[in-house]
Design a protein around this ligand. Structure first.
Ligand code: BGC
Length: 940
């Protein structure tokens, strides 16, 4: 094939192209080719053409640009007006660089882009609420229903275009003539409401085609994050206000020659009523009373005397913005795996997968006034539903029957983290009930698999924890009375997340809130530990390394995966405020030693009740991070062309590095905190002054790993990097050995215990199946799943060599008992994929068998796919340096687009490595994951 095809163009990082907040959206396209075929060989783009047909124009304009850029190219014509749409397609010219023959691709499929309102004065609607609720409330707020009926000309004129601009103080569902106008859940999502409230632009043209004359626009609003209870120790309600409100503006363009559209705007002519949902809370769940239901949202007359008036409220002091990130949706439906009875006689549905979402009752017939409750939990404890880890979250939904069949009911405005549901008041069959999975619906883009089924399961669990905790904002956990945007959690997990899903718009939106809250007056440039901020018991407002380092490190991760410097540019004030103002420094510029740091939070050596009491000096952790962050800042500045600033931060980082060395590293190379985390940080962040000292550190790290019998001894700070540090010091077999350990604490211990998500603690469930007694025991926390980044980069072998994936680094390091691995990434230029396998010189290798690795030499074979307009820098295993004293350079091969096969000989370092203590001979310890996955099962 000589020319690639092009994907449909995309605009900025917008998920659909409808409702952009920007008048000159940058355009991107990816290269594609038939699935079984190879991409065209060594193809690069020399120029492109963009065709733009503006709404209202009769003919399209074609803009020709000499450029090899295919990602985020500038908008080629005049800025779009508010609410203006355009149809855009592209084609490219290019070919093999060596030929002077330049071909053209076909035109891409056309894509629609449409701007949102863009200017505040285009809002004609008012925020409205119920006129009959005025007293300050005390408990959960009952959801409200709003209704407006309107007429369209009954005949003659057709609806050409109908757009609904809508948001709420709370969360909402919207219906046009009784039909849900969107598949989005919990709109408008959670942002730092006092800074940014997002609104939606919805295309409702097709819902208004039946020109019967009478129509109804109806919206239900629940408390959501706006008024709902948030936070632990009882939390707090009404953090943003206690008035739920609606803002809706429907604009209908008819073919009647009128210049102005017909506008239906929320105002005090709307009607309002209490919902049949009595309460709907995130932590505690929803109560729906079917007896109180009525025909509230259809176009038919709804004369129920429940309708009352509305009143306008003042415009909230916030900026209304249109988001680029994808909405929360149902992304999958799970059927029950088993329905069983507990010893106390309770009915439990096991969905077989710890997940985030809600129950769907497909069909249920129970008598009138009958109450059915659904109680959710992630685990069973002592053979009953294990609700203790939920702390003060009830996680209970209630359905009160009207006597009619309940069909396809699911709670509207809540979500739970669960695998098990206890049902009281109803005995469902497996076909009558399901669970719907909810998540921000980002496109999946990264895949990994290998010959070891335990490792595959670990990777799958990382994916599930990501799905569950990327719900509007990146959260720590989805089930107990937190579900908050803890900065440290996403800081450590972002490199893994950015590979698995396209997180650009999601994380970029959240980072905007980080900056907005951090830069508020009086905050001293310190971001809150949770964004959006909520009160955290008696936690003071204080700077914290690792967590607050999110300000610099996470924008850089997003940049590495997207190549978008605009995100760095926007976040620069946040980065500078953190580094220049907020860090509490001692005289040497490192962190003061007087401040307690969360640092290596949840070190498995810390007692359950004191998860911050880690073995690694917490200020050393903060300081190591500080040097890394300062250096990253220098890279950010040079990417933005701010040379002087870049030089300043480089000099700062060098100065801090020598203070670190003076403070913590002995002349012989020993580290003051001789732990897995301390050593891994100092190695990975390149803090040693000489290779001699680095060699001592590498040896010490090996000793730590071997004397821990390959168990992990790291918490939040050490876990994401220990495998990288071992790889960088050419001790990758030790990283594999840790990865493959199945006894506690290790990555595969939870797999052995039947985990289907990543746990908060290495031992959230203890060896005997009981739940860890600690307060902090979630079964769905992605932080410790950050090892996925190493699986992608080192086991699979691909990562961005330059920000944005235009140059791909390919450097797989086989090891352990793995005989093959495959990784692929749907990147900005198209699909990158790499898969390798080992064949023993002594004969074929049996999958997953550790005996395989006893063989001395293997044939390594790798197939690599590089998309057009990009290249890859490949280091084969035979070229890898063997030790720190190996002075040779690793030989790299550069390849352009196409499918490439590489082979070499591979002689792994001895496997399995030996533990240092003889105690490893005790039964049960340690154990390598080998052969098929075997999972502990509770006796029932
Ligand atoms: C959260 C963590 C968080 C930590 C820091 C916990 O309650 O669940 O993941 O980072 O607190 O204190």
């Amino acid at each position: 094939m000589s020319q690639p095809s092009l994907s449909k163009p995309t605009f900025e990082h917008h998920h659909s192209g409808l409702g952009l907040d920007c008048a000159r959206p940058r355009i991107s396209w990816r290269f594609t080719w038939p699935q079984q075929a190879a991409p065209p060989s060594a193809w690069s783009q020399t120029r492109y053409e963009i065709e733009v047909l503006l709404d209202g124009d009769h003919s399209a304009n074609v803009f020709k640009v000499e450029s090899s850029q295919s990602v985020l190219v500038p908008w080629p014509t005049a800025a779009l007006l508010p609410q203006q749409s355009a149809t855009v397609r592209v084609r490219c010219f290019g070919g093999r660089e060596s030929d002077d023959h330049e071909g053209s691709t076909e035109w891409s499929e056309s894509a629609q882009v449409e701007t949102a309102l863009l200017k505040p004065d285009l809002w004609k609607a008012q925020f409205i609420t119920s006129a009959s609720r005025s007293h300050p409330p005390t408990g959960p707020l009952r959801p409200l229903r709003f209704r407006k009926t309107f007429d369209l000309p009954a005949s003659g004129s057709k609806v050409l275009k109908a757009r609904l601009y809508i948001t709420a103080l709370g969360v909402f569902d919207v219906y046009v003539d009784g039909v849900r106008a969107t598949d989005e859940l919990l709109a408008p999502g959670w942002t730092s409401y006092k800074h940014r409230l997002t609104y939606r632009t919805m295309n409702v043209t097709s819902l208004l085609q039946k020109s019967t004359g009478k129509h109804a626009l109806c919206v239900e609003v629940a408390e959501g994050w706006y008024c709902g209870r948030l936070g632990f120790l009882g939390g707090q309600r009404y953090l943003y206000g206690h008035t739920m409100a609606l803002l809706a503006q429907l604009e209908v363009t008819l073919d009647n020659g009128e210049a102005e559209p017909l506008r239906i705007c929320s105002d005090d002519t709307w009607r309002c009523a209490d919902s049949a949902i009595e309460r709907s809370e995130f932590y505690d769940g929803e109560t729906y009373d079917a007896r109180q239901e009525w025909n509230w949202n259809s176009a038919l007359a709804s004369q129920d005397d429940r309708w009352r008036g509305t009143r306008k409220i003042s415009w909230p002091e916030t900026k209304l913005v249109c988001p680029q990130m994808p909405p929360v949706r149902v992304t999958e439906t799970l059927q029950p795996k088993e329905i069983f009875k507990t010893p106390s006689g309770k009915t439990i549905v096991d969905f077989g997968q710890n997940m985030v979402g809600k129950v769907l009752i497909k069909s249920m017939r129970v008598p009138k006034n009958h109450t059915v409750t659904l109680r959710h939990a992630e685990v069973m404890e002592h053979d009953e539903l294990g609700t203790r880890p939920l702390r003060q979250a009830q996680a209970e939904d209630t359905y009160i029957s009207s006597g009619e069949e309940c069909k396809d009911w699911t709670p509207a405005f809540t979500f739970h983290g669960f695998r098990y549901v206890q049902i009281d008041g109803w005995e469902p069959t497996e076909s009558e009930i399901a669970a719907v999975v909810m998540s921000s619906d980002m496109p999946r883009r990264g895949w990994f698999s290998c010959s070891n089924s335990w490792v595959n399961k670990l990777h799958e669990n990382v994916l599930w924890s990501m799905r569950g905790n990327f719900l509007s904002i990146p959260t720590d956990c989805p089930q107990r009375d937190e579900r908050l945007g803890w900065t440290g959690d996403i800081q450590v997990f972002a490199p893994s997340a950015c590979f698995l899903y396209d997180t650009t718009s999601f994380l970029s939106s959240w980072l905007e809130d980080v900056m907005a809250e951090q830069l508020e007056e009086g905050k001293g440039g310190i971001p809150p530990l949770v964004v959006p901020i909520i009160p955290l018991g008696n936690w003071p407002h204080m700077p914290q390394a690792v967590w607050d380092d999110v300000t610099v490190l996470t924008p850089m991760d997003v940049f590495s995966y997207s190549g978008d410097t605009a995100i760095l540019e926007r976040q620069l004030p946040s980065m500078q405020a953190w580094l220049d103002e907020a860090i509490d420094r001692g005289e040497d510029g490192l962190w003061t030693r007087d401040r307690w740091q969360l640092a290596d939070w949840l070190d498995p050596g810390a007692p359950p009740e004191d998860p911050g009491a880690s073995r690694t000096d917490n200020v050393l952790v903060a300081d190591a991070y500080l040097i890394h962050v300062t250096r990253t800042m220098a890279t950010v500045c040079s990417q933005l062309g701010r040379t002087e600033l870049a030089q300043k931060y480089t000099a700062d980082s060098e100065r801090l590095r020598s203070h670190f060395q003076h403070k913590y590293i002995t002349p012989a190379g020993y580290l003051m905190s001789n732990t897995q985390t301390g050593l891994a940080l100092a190695i990975h962040f390149d803090l040693y002054p000489s290779t001699t000292q680095l060699a001592v550190a590498a040896k010490e790290l090996a000793t730590q790993v071997q004397s821990a019998k390959f168990h992990i001894s790291t918490g939040f700070a050490g876990t994401p990097i220990i495998s990288h540090a071992l790889t960088e010091t050419h001790q990758t077999q030790l990283a594999y050995r840790m990865l493959l350990e199945t006894t506690c604490p290790s990555w595969l211990y939870p797999i052995r215990m039947g985990a289907t998500t990543i746990w908060e603690r290495w031992n959230s469930m203890l060896e005997d199946g009981s739940v860890n007694p600690g307060e902090m025991t979630s079964f769905n926390h992605y932080a410790l799943g950050s090892v996925a980044d190493w699986l992608h980069k080192t086991v699979g072998g691909i990562s961005p060599a330059e920000p944005g994936w235009r140059v791909i680094r390919v450097r797989p390091v086989p090891g352990g008992n793995l005989t093959h691995a495959a990784v692929s990434f749907e990147g900005p230029y198209g699909l990158v994929s790499c898969s390798w396998k080992l064949t023993s010189k002594a004969g074929p290798v049996q999958d997953g068998s550790s005996s395989s690795a006893a063989a001395e030499s293997y044939a390594f074979e790798m197939e690599l796919t590089v998309p057009p307009n990009s290249s890859a820098v490949v280091t084969l295993p035979s070229e890898l340096k063997r030790s720190l004293s190996d002075s040779g350079e690793e030989t790299q091969t550069v390849v352009k687009s196409g499918r490439h096969v590489f082979t070499c000989e591979w002689e792994p370092a001895p496997w399995p490595p030996k533990a240092l203590l003889s105690a490893d001979l005790r039964p049960g310890q340690p154990t390598i994951a080998d052969g098929p996955l075997e999972v502990w099962k509770p006796s029932r």
